[in-house]
Design a protein around this ligand. Structure first.
Ligand code: FES
Ligand code: FES
Length: 131
């Protein structure tokens, strides 16, 4: 299957790959798997005092579309509040990357991962759920 230019760009030059230190309470971690294919995505956010996401990291064991979806997502969430980040839809990611229908679940993985990272952060910090 042919990947779009945007997928290839993120696949070849992934943004924000890596992990933040464990145990840091300003970090939220989301780890999700796709039942459809067994791919796994780990997404982390670093949240500032003001509740704005300052930085993000990801590690994805999966296909090019999953890597591109998580790479794109780490760019999108920076500078957003948790509330704003929780509203990012997989359809926006799929559209931006021009994912074909069989690859839409890869963008769902990214949406699930950011939601999981946000709720992990909130749990650590005893905050109300927004996602
Ligand atoms: Fe997940 Fe493509 S099926 S890598
Ligand atoms: Fe399953 Fe991409 S995450 S094929």
């Amino acid at each position: 299957m042919a990947y779009s230019d945007k997928v290839l760009d993120h696949y070849e030059n992934p943004r924000n790959v890596g992990t933040f230190e464990k145990g840091d309470t300003s970090v939220g971690t989301g780890m999700v798997g796709a039942p459809a294919c067994g791919d796994v995505m780990k997404l982390q956010i670093k949240v500032g005092e003001n509740g704005v996401i300052e930085d993000a990291r990801f590690k994805t064991y999966g296909c090019g579309s999953a890597i591109a979806s998580s790479s794109l997502l780490t760019e999108w969430v920076k500078g957003k509040t948790l509330e704003e980040a929780s509203q990012i839809k997989n359809t926006e990611i799929a559209e931006e990357l021009a994912l074909p229908p069989v690859k839409v679940h890869c963008s769902v993985l990214a949406e699930d991962a950011i939601k999981a990272a946000i709720s992990d952060f909130q749990q650590k910090n005893g905050e109300e759920k927004v996602a």
